[in-house]
Design a protein around this ligand. Structure first.
Ligand SMILES: [Cu+2]
Length: 149
Protein backbone atom coordinates (compact mmCIF):
# COMPACT_ATOMS: atom_id res chain seq x y z
CA UNK A 1 0.00 0.00 0.00
CA UNK A 2 2.85 2.34 0.79
CA UNK A 3 4.36 1.72 -2.62
CA UNK A 4 1.07 2.34 -4.43
CA UNK A 5 0.58 5.57 -2.53
CA UNK A 6 4.02 6.86 -3.41
CA UNK A 7 3.61 6.00 -7.07
CA UNK A 8 0.32 7.90 -7.15
CA UNK A 9 2.00 10.89 -5.52
CA UNK A 10 4.84 10.75 -7.98
CA UNK A 11 2.56 10.72 -10.99
CA UNK A 12 0.36 13.40 -9.54
CA UNK A 13 3.18 15.81 -8.84
CA UNK A 14 5.17 15.39 -12.02
CA UNK A 15 2.81 13.68 -14.44
CA UNK A 16 5.71 12.58 -16.55
CA UNK A 17 5.89 8.83 -16.05
CA UNK A 18 2.77 6.85 -16.57
CA UNK A 19 2.02 3.25 -17.27
CA UNK A 20 -1.03 1.98 -19.04
CA UNK A 21 -1.88 -1.20 -20.82
CA UNK A 22 -1.05 0.38 -24.17
CA UNK A 23 2.17 2.24 -23.62
CA UNK A 24 4.68 3.75 -21.22
CA UNK A 25 5.55 7.42 -21.36
CA UNK A 26 8.97 8.81 -20.57
CA UNK A 27 9.98 12.45 -20.72
CA UNK A 28 13.44 13.56 -21.79
CA UNK A 29 14.35 17.22 -21.46
CA UNK A 30 16.63 18.63 -24.15
CA UNK A 31 18.85 21.66 -23.70
CA UNK A 32 22.32 22.94 -24.53
CA UNK A 33 23.41 21.22 -21.29
CA UNK A 34 22.38 17.80 -22.50
CA UNK A 35 19.59 15.27 -22.11
CA UNK A 36 17.90 15.10 -18.70
CA UNK A 37 15.24 12.86 -17.23
CA UNK A 38 12.08 14.11 -15.51
CA UNK A 39 14.03 14.45 -12.25
CA UNK A 40 16.64 16.68 -13.95
CA UNK A 41 19.29 13.99 -13.81
CA UNK A 42 21.77 14.07 -16.68
CA UNK A 43 21.39 11.13 -19.05
CA UNK A 44 24.26 9.62 -21.00
CA UNK A 45 26.57 6.63 -21.19
CA UNK A 46 27.01 6.68 -17.38
CA UNK A 47 23.29 7.06 -16.78
CA UNK A 48 21.32 5.47 -19.60
CA UNK A 49 17.63 5.97 -20.09
CA UNK A 50 16.02 2.63 -19.32
CA UNK A 51 13.10 1.34 -21.35
CA UNK A 52 11.00 -1.80 -20.77
CA UNK A 53 11.45 -4.68 -23.15
CA UNK A 54 8.47 -5.51 -25.32
CA UNK A 55 6.27 -2.64 -24.12
CA UNK A 56 5.22 0.18 -26.40
CA UNK A 57 7.13 3.21 -25.19
CA UNK A 58 6.42 6.84 -25.94
CA UNK A 59 9.40 9.11 -25.37
CA UNK A 60 8.49 12.77 -25.14
CA UNK A 61 11.39 15.07 -25.97
CA UNK A 62 10.85 18.49 -24.43
CA UNK A 63 12.64 21.71 -25.38
CA UNK A 64 14.07 23.06 -22.10
CA UNK A 65 16.43 25.91 -23.01
CA UNK A 66 16.66 28.71 -20.47
CA UNK A 67 14.90 31.91 -21.52
CA UNK A 68 17.97 34.01 -20.72
CA UNK A 69 20.33 31.83 -22.76
CA UNK A 70 21.46 32.29 -26.35
CA UNK A 71 20.40 28.69 -26.75
CA UNK A 72 16.78 29.79 -26.56
CA UNK A 73 17.19 30.16 -30.33
CA UNK A 74 18.15 26.52 -30.69
CA UNK A 75 16.33 24.03 -32.85
CA UNK A 76 16.75 20.37 -31.97
CA UNK A 77 15.74 17.26 -33.83
CA UNK A 78 16.39 13.94 -32.15
CA UNK A 79 17.18 10.66 -33.85
CA UNK A 80 17.01 7.30 -32.09
CA UNK A 81 19.08 4.61 -33.71
CA UNK A 82 20.09 1.00 -33.10
CA UNK A 83 23.23 -0.87 -34.12
CA UNK A 84 21.40 -2.65 -36.94
CA UNK A 85 20.59 0.67 -38.63
CA UNK A 86 16.99 1.01 -37.41
CA UNK A 87 16.37 4.74 -36.95
CA UNK A 88 13.48 7.02 -36.11
CA UNK A 89 13.56 10.81 -35.96
CA UNK A 90 11.52 13.35 -33.99
CA UNK A 91 9.93 16.51 -35.29
CA UNK A 92 11.94 19.65 -34.76
CA UNK A 93 11.57 21.08 -31.28
CA UNK A 94 12.17 24.73 -30.53
CA UNK A 95 10.70 27.53 -28.48
CA UNK A 96 7.40 27.55 -30.39
CA UNK A 97 7.09 23.77 -30.72
CA UNK A 98 8.41 22.45 -27.46
CA UNK A 99 7.47 18.77 -27.60
CA UNK A 100 7.90 15.88 -29.95
CA UNK A 101 7.12 12.26 -29.19
CA UNK A 102 8.50 9.07 -30.62
CA UNK A 103 6.92 5.69 -30.08
CA UNK A 104 8.57 2.31 -30.47
CA UNK A 105 8.79 -1.14 -28.89
CA UNK A 106 12.18 -1.66 -27.22
CA UNK A 107 13.74 -5.04 -27.78
CA UNK A 108 12.18 -5.72 -31.17
CA UNK A 109 14.42 -7.68 -33.53
CA UNK A 110 16.78 -8.45 -30.67
CA UNK A 111 17.83 -4.85 -30.12
CA UNK A 112 19.02 -4.34 -26.57
CA UNK A 113 20.33 -0.82 -26.76
CA UNK A 114 19.66 2.37 -28.67
CA UNK A 115 21.34 5.71 -28.92
CA UNK A 116 19.73 9.11 -29.33
CA UNK A 117 21.37 12.29 -30.54
CA UNK A 118 20.52 15.67 -31.98
CA UNK A 119 20.83 15.80 -35.75
CA UNK A 120 20.95 19.61 -35.90
CA UNK A 121 24.02 21.82 -35.68
CA UNK A 122 22.94 23.56 -32.46
CA UNK A 123 24.43 25.26 -29.43
CA UNK A 124 25.36 22.41 -27.09
CA UNK A 125 25.48 19.76 -29.77
CA UNK A 126 28.48 18.13 -28.06
CA UNK A 127 26.23 17.50 -25.05
CA UNK A 128 23.49 16.05 -27.25
CA UNK A 129 25.33 13.31 -29.08
CA UNK A 130 25.11 10.23 -26.91
CA UNK A 131 21.93 9.46 -25.01
CA UNK A 132 22.15 5.73 -24.38
CA UNK A 133 18.78 3.97 -24.18
CA UNK A 134 19.02 0.57 -22.53
CA UNK A 135 16.41 -2.15 -22.80
CA UNK A 136 15.64 -3.82 -19.47
CA UNK A 137 13.05 -6.32 -18.28
CA UNK A 138 9.69 -4.88 -17.33
CA UNK A 139 10.10 -5.79 -13.65
CA UNK A 140 13.42 -4.05 -13.19
CA UNK A 141 12.19 -1.14 -15.28
CA UNK A 142 9.31 -0.61 -12.85
CA UNK A 143 11.75 -0.70 -9.92
CA UNK A 144 14.26 1.75 -11.36
CA UNK A 145 11.81 4.25 -12.82
CA UNK A 146 9.53 4.25 -9.79
CA UNK A 147 9.88 6.72 -6.92
CA UNK A 148 13.25 6.79 -5.26
CA UNK A 149 14.81 4.82 -8.08
CU1 LIG B 1 20.22 20.16 -30.98
Amino acid sequence: MVLMFSIATFQGSLATVSASSTHMELMVKVSERGFFDEKDTLLGPQNPLKVPKGKRVKIIFVFEEALNSLAIGNVHQIAITADDGWTIESDKIWVFNRKSTMTFVPGESGRNQYRAYCTVDCIGMDQLNNLVIRVVGLGSWRQTVGPGG
